[in-house]
Ligand binder design. Sequence first.
Ligand code: RP5
Length: 173
Amino acid sequence: MTQQSNQTTPLVAIVMGSSSDYDVMKGAASTLKEFGIPHEVRVISAHRTPDVAHEFSRTAKQRGLKVILAAAGKSAHLAGVLAASTILPVIGVPMKTSDLGGLDSLLSMVQMPAGIPVGTVAIGEAGSKNAALLAVAILGLSDPSLAEKLEQYRTRMADDVRKADANIQNEQV
Ligand code: RP5
């Protein structure tokens, strides 16, 4: 599925090991949408469709992608497998799991042997959103208007915290 593909080529790919990861990865998609970043969403499994995974990452750069977000759970080798065939930055999002709570996914991603890095974010929803924000930061290095949007996003967050602080202090008077 290509989001905003009528405008431009996708710059970010959200790749998930299973459609069961989509509920969590909707957070990344909506964050990218908020920043107006064209992106595509794919379900590609490192173990169920290894040929597709290899072909996807081998051709990712020439198709215009700049960042890949890879979400997977359990023995979550998807991000590492994708990173093996591209020099694009790959950000792994560990999915929560029923047996080990997502620690299995996290360690599978974060413990990549030296040479092929996978940037790894938090387990689940926070990671999904942060992976998209990291993609925005990376793209912002060569796109000043995007960097400005990210600055404004941070300012709004800080304003919200200041408001919450003021509100809670007023309640205690
Ligand atoms: C991984 O195994 C997926 O990323 C998913 O998080 C997990 C379970 O997949 P399903 O069995 O729900 O398809 O490949």
